[in-house]
Ligand binder design. Structure first.
Ligand code: TMP
Length: 216
């Protein structure tokens, strides 16, 4: 039996990172072996690339940005994701290839063909078994990221204008529409607890369908 690969996606401030942490602890109390990771920054090299990519003081050219996200992913797939999946782990990743389609494709305007080619090169065809897309209006996500800005956690992409985030959100919803089997849209407007319940309602039956006992 191979492992399971689940990704968490959505616009900045959608709450996916909190939900990833909560799901990981729910699965661990059920004695399931979980690996949590993220993009960019899931590997030691990736952490260094992340620091540069998200640095608000850095002027990153859009093509450079696309290629550095891809470099981070190539390293992540080859040194962490594939080995963990082959070792039968449940791998939860905070963002993956759909982020490049949404942010660099729709956000920055690179052609779908180029994005597809670069995603294929970096992932070597590795796609998630399940993707949770945390959806909420850009205005609501902006309130949440503004709170982070005050706490000085906001990054270079958080600070893009709202039309950019609208394009990213629309692209994510389009991905979900074109691949409804893999991508499940979660209404992220509710409280952390309400959203967590929506996550559990999707993930637990999914894991059971994969033969993983998720009973406490
Ligand atoms: P996050 O860790 O807070 O989600 O921040 C990562 C930022 O990087 C977020 O603004 C989305 C962006 N990003 C891309 O633009 N393209 C990508 O391929 C990935 C993985 C992330």
């Amino acid at each position: 039996m191979a492992g399971v690969f689940i990704t968490f996606e959505g616009i900045d401030g959608c709450g996916k990172s909190t939900q990833l942490r909560l799901l990981a602890s729910e699965l661990r109390v059920r004695w399931l072996e979980v690996v949590t990771t993220r993009e960019p920054g899931g590997t030691p090299l990736g952490q260094r690339l992340r620091a540069v990519l998200l640095d608000v003081k850095e002027q990153v050219d859009p093509l450079t940005e696309l290629l550095v996200f891809a470099a981070d992913r190539a390293q992540h797939v080859r040194t962490l994701l594939s080995p963990a999946i082959e070792a039968n782990k449940i791998v939860l990743s905070d963002r993956y290839a759909d982020a490049t389609v949404a942010y660099q494709g729709s956000g920055r305007g690179f052609s779908p063909e180029l994005i597809q080619e670069i995603v294929q090169l970096a992932t070597d065809g590795l796609m998630p078994d399940l993707t949770l897309l945390f959806d909420l209006p850009v205005a609501e996500s902006a309130v949440r990221t503004r709170r982070r800005t005050k706490a000085k956690h906001s990054d270079r992409l958080d600070r893009e204008h709202s039309e950019f985030h609208e394009r990213v959100r629309a692209a994510y919803l389009e991905i979900a529409k074109s691949d409804p089997e893999r991508v499940r849209v979660i209404d992220a407007r509710g409280s952390v607890k309400q959203t967590q319940q929506l996550v559990m309602d999707i993930v637990m039956p999914f894991l059971e369908s994969k033969g993983l006992s998720a009973n406490g």
